[in-house]
Design a protein around this ligand. Structure first.
Ligand SMILES: [Mg+2]
Length: 311
């Protein structure tokens, strides 16, 4: 039924000026925006590893998440999303229904962020559902946010709150696309990363790339209510959940102090309709340091999700 499925899919896609050759040919042709650089990112989600389909996790939710995590990566580059292509390996049994639900989830988020769906590939097999999204964005030349630009003296700033995403936010991912575009236009940002694997782990990656040390004021880490709920269930601390759970898909930014203060002051009004918090500073050195409320400092071990494999 692949031909029916593809015909159904192509018929749903709205025409878009950015597509010189629309989906349905061997490949799509995009008109790149004038005077912009192209930003590309790819992600893959695998049933059994990244999600388990069931009452709490619909195929539509997986479609949403697959595109959302790629858009979050574009946001972490300060880029504007333009287009996406999607490859899906569908289980033979029930694959048609699954494929259509996934597409509906992808379409809704694409429409919300002005992303044109430029094509894809659909296969059926005897394995579980696998979905890969490639998102294409654009940014002014030289303006992309990178991980390696943090400098001693910068202030560490985060959007939103952290921890406990497994209670549902890991599926209902809200990529900080509009926020990132607005911040990129109005505030100086030295380095950025999105929080996919864990606040402390992703921050440590930024610090490693920048050759700097991140000093985190533990009392200032914004803790999500979900982190408190998880802590109440498992006896851990909400702070540990905030630092290590991951899949928050918030932005972690290193900014000059004046820019950080201005950004925090601008939070709460559209399009920055979310808390924005200074959680620490960047210092000379390496790794992460935790600063307690009494000013005492100790090493902070990065924790989070790591894809493990061996030889
Ligand atoms: Mg990322």
């Amino acid at each position: 039924m692949e031909t029916d499925f593809i015909a159904w899919l192509v018929s749903r896609l709205p025409a878009d000026q950015r597509l010189e050759v629309p989906p349905g040919d061997d490949a799509a042709v995009l008109r790149p925006p004038a005077h912009r650089r192209t930003v590309v990112t790819v992600d893959m989600l695998m049933e059994g590893t990244d999600f388990v389909l069931g009452p709490d996790c619909s195929a539509r939710a997986i479609g949403h998440k697959a595109l959302a995590v790629s858009l979050s990566d574009l946001a972490a580059m300060g880029a504007r999303p333009e287009a996406a292509v999607v490859a899906v390996a569908l289980p033979r049994h029930g694959g048609d229904t699954l494929g259509r639900e996934i597409e509906v989830g992808i379409e809704a988020l694409a429409a919300e962020h002005g992303v044109t769906l430029a094509g894809g590939d659909t296969n059926a097999w005897d394995g579980p559902l696998v979905i890969s999204t490639t998102a294409i964005g654009s940014v002014r030349p030289g303006a992309a946010w990178r991980r390696d630009g943090a400098r001693a003296g910068d202030v560490l700033v985060v959007t939103g709150a952290f921890g406990g995403s497994l209670l549902g936010r890991h599926l209902a991912v809200v990529p900080r696309v509009r926020e990132a575009i607005f911040i990129a236009e109005h505030f100086a940002v030295h380095a950025a990363i999105d929080c996919s694997d864990g606040l402390s782990l992703d921050l440590s990656r930024m610090m490693a790339a920048s050759g700097t040390c991140g000093v985190v004021r533990l009392a200032d880490v914004p803790i999500h209510a979900d982190a408190r709920r998880r802590a109440a269930r498992d006896g851990g601390t909400a702070l540990d959940h905030a630092l290590g759970d991951g899949e928050d898909f918030e932005l972690i930014l290193a900014m000059p102090p004046e820019a950080a203060s201005a950004l925090v002051a601008a939070a709460g009004t559209a399009p920055l309709d979310l808390p924005i918090t200074m959680i620490g500073t960047v210092a000379a050195g390496t790794g992460l340091v935790a600063e307690a409320p009494d000013g005492g400092r100790s090493p902070l071990e990065p924790r989070g999700y790591v894809h493990a494999f061996d030889s």
